[in-house]
Design a protein around this ligand. Structure first.
Ligand code: NAD
Ligand code: UGA
Length: 440
C-alpha cells in the first residue's frame, strides 16, 4: 500500500506546506493522521474486552463479510454524531476521523488512551467553512458522512443567512471533494424538506383529510411545500432541499455514490443543550431540550401556537441502527433517499408536553405543577417569520425494502430513558444555578 503521507502530500497543494504559518501544524497533523491509519492497536493489547460483534466477523445483509473502513464524519461532535461514533466504536471495527468545532459530546470516546477503541477514533478540530485539511481528510477515508449544520428552528428565521450558508454553501466543498475523489457520501438532510402536508391545504371538513395519500410523506412521490419567502422558517428546508438536489445530480451526472438521510425528529440523550447550563441562557434549543429545561426548572412548558402541530419521534438508538445498515450495505443504500423515523410514535406537541410531564414526575419523584403548560404565540417565542410543519409521518416502504429496518422503541420508553438521563445529568447543576444570587 503506498504511504498515506506521500499520497497526502500529493493531494494538498504544495504552497500549504511551505507557508510559514501552517506548515508546522499541517505536518504534525499529517503525521498523527498517518500513524492513526497505519498502526491500530492490536486486539490482544486491549484491556477492556471487545464486544461480541467485534470478536466475530460482521456480515452484511447479503451474507458477505464486512471489511473495516475509515469514515470521515463531519459534525461528529453533535447529537447524532456522538451516538454514531459510540456505536461504531463499541460494535464495529471501523475507524473514524471525527471532524467538528466542538468535542464535548464525544470526549468520553477520546479519553483516556486506554479505551479499547483508542486507535480507531481521531478528533480533528476544524471548521469546514475555511480549513484546507478538509479535502485531505475526505481523501483518507472510504466514506464521508456529513452531519454539520445549523439545525435549530429558532435560528432559521432569526439567522437565515447563517442557516443557508451552513446547510448549503458550506456543504458544497464536501460534495465536490467526494465526487472528484470517487468517495462515497452519506449526506444528512431532514424531513423538513417535505414542508407542509397537502392535507393542511384541504378544507377542514374534507373527507380526503382521512386519506394517508394526503399526509404520509414518501421519498419518491411527495412534493416539497414551503411557505412564502418572508416566512424565513423555510430557509433551512430550502437550503437542505437544494443540497439534496445537488448530491442527486452529482450522482446522476458524475457517478457520485451517495445516500441521503431524512431524519424525522430523532431524540435522546445529549440532544442540544440546557440553556444557562451547557448552552447560552437565551438560547432556544429543539423541543426536547426546551421541555426538559422547563421540567428541570419547574416552569410550565411553553406550547407554541397551542401545541397543535404533530410530530413522530424516534429514539436515537433505533435511528443509529438504520445509519449503520446504510454504512455497511452500500449496494443497498447507494442512490437512495431514506426517511428514518417512527410512524407509530405520533403525538401533537401538546400531547408530548403532557407525556413528558408524566414521565418526569415518575423519574424525579417530584409532583407535576398545577398548571403544567402555558400557551405562547410563535411570534413571541420565535420572532417574525416563523412558520411550522403541520404533520410528519414517514413512509417506511423504501427503508424497509432496502435495509429491512424498523424502529422499536415506544414514545413512553424513549422519553423514560431520555428524561432519566436529563435528570441525572442536569438536576443538580440547575438546582445550584437557581440558588445562586443574581448580580444586581
Ligand atoms: N436530530 C434530528 O432529529 C435531525 C432531524 C433532521 C435532520 N437532522 C440533520 O442531521 C444533522 C445532525 O444533526 P444533530 O441533531 O446531530 O445536530 P447538532 O447540532 O447536534 O450537530 C451538528 C454538529 O455539526 C457541527 N458543525 C456545524 N457547522 C460546522 C462547521 N462549519 N464545521 C465543523 N463542524 C460543524 C456542530 O458543531 C455540531 O456538533 C444535521 O445536518 C441536521 O440538519 C437532524
Ligand atoms: O427533528 C427534525 O426532524 C427536524 O425538525 C426540527 O424541526 P421541529 O420539529 O419543528 O423542531 P422542534 O424544535 O423540535 O419543535 C417541534 C414543535 O414543538 C414546538 N415547540 C418547540 C419548543 C417549545 O418550547 N415549545 C413548542 O411548542 C415547535 O413550535 C414545533 O411545532 C428541526 O428543524 C431540525 O432539527 C430537524 O431538521
Amino acid at each position: 500500500m503506498p504511504h498515506i503521507l506521500t499520497q497526502l502530500h500529493k493531494a494538498i497543494p504544495s504552497f500549504i506546506f511551505f507557508h510559514p504559518r501552517v506548515s508546522l501544524s499541517l505536518s504534525s497533523f499529517l503525521l498523527a493522521a498517518n500513524n492513526f491509519l497505519l498502526s491500530p492497536p492490536a486486539l490482544e493489547d486491549r484491556e477492556t474486552p471487545v464486544s461480541f460483534e467485534m470478536a466475530t466477523t460482521r456480515m452484511d445483509l447479503d451474507g458477505r463479510p464486512i471489511k473495516p473502513i475509515t469514515i470521515c464524519m463531519i459534525g461528529a461532535g453533535g447529537f447524532i454524531g456522538s451516538h454514531l461514533c459510540e456505536k461504531l466504536m463499541s460494535e464495529t471495527p471501523h475507524k473514524v476521523l471525527a471532524l467538528d468545532v466542538y468535542n464535548d459530546k464525544i470526549k468520553h470516546l477520546l479519553e483516556p488512551d486506554s479505551l479499547p477503541w483508542a486507535g480507531r477514533i481521531q478528533f480533528h478540530r476544524l471548521n469546514i467553512k475555511h480549513d484546507s485539511r478538509l479535502e485531505g481528510l475526505i481523501k483518507m477515508a472510504d466514506l464521508t458522512i456529513n452531519l454539520a449544520a445549523i439545525c435549530t428552528p429558532a435560528d432559521y428565521n432569526t439567522r437565515p443567512l447563517d442557516t443557508i450558508y451552513s446547510n448549503f454553501i458550506d456543504a458544497l466543498p464536501v460534495v465536490k471533494y467526494c465526487s472528484e475523489n470517487n468517495k462515497r457520501l452519506i449526506h444528512f438532510s431532514t424531513c423538513e424538506v417535505y414542508g407542509k402536508t397537502i392535507q393542511s391545504f384541504l378544507p377542514k371538513d374534507s373527507p380526503l383529510r382521512q386519506d394517508p395519500a394526503y399526509y404520509v410523506l414518501k421519498e419518491d412521490t411527495s412534493p416539497c411545500i414551503f411557505g412564502s419567502i418572508e416566512k424565513q422558517r423555510w430557509s433551512y428546508a430550502c437550503a437542505k432541499q437544494l443540497i439534496e438536489r445537488l448530491v442527486y445530480a452529482e450522482g446522476a451526472e458524475n457517478g457520485l455514490e451517495f445516500t441521503i438521510v431524512r431524519p424525522f425528529n430523532w431524540i435522546g440523550p445529549r440532544m442540544d443543550f440546557i440553556p444557562g447550563i451547557d448552552g447560552p441562557s437565551e438560547g432556544v434549543p429543539r423541543v426536547l431540550a426546551c421541555f426538559s429545561n422547563n421540567l428541570l426548572r419547574r416552569e410550565p412548558l411553553k406550547l407554541v401556537d397551542g401545541g397543535q402541530s404533530q410530530r413522530t419521534f424516534v429514539y436515537i438508538k433505533d435511528a443509529i441502527d438504520a445509519v449503520l445498515l446504510m454504512i455497511e450495505n452500500p449496494d443497498r443504500a447507494n442512490g437512495h433517499i431514506f426517511n428514518v423515523g417512527n410512524p407509530n410514535n405520533e403525538v401533537t406537541v401538546r400531547q408530548l408536553a403532557e407525556m413528558m410531564t408524566k414521565v418526569y414526575t415518575k423519574v424525579s419523584g417530584e409532583p407535576a405543577l398545577e398548571s403544567p403548560t402555558i400557551d405562547v404565540s410563535s411570534k413571541e417565542f420565535y420572532g417574525e417569520g416563523y412558520d411550522d410543519s403541520d404533520k410528519r409521518i414517514p413512509d417506511m416502504t423504501i427503508i424497509n425494502k432496502q435495509l429491512g429496518w424498523n424502529p422499536k422503541t415506544s414514545l413512553w420508553d424513549l422519553l423514560d430513558s431520555t428524561l432519566t438521563y436529563q435528570h441525572r445529568t442536569y438536576a443538580e447543576a440547575i438546582r445550584k444555578a437557581m440558588v445562586k444570587p443574581t448580580a444586581s
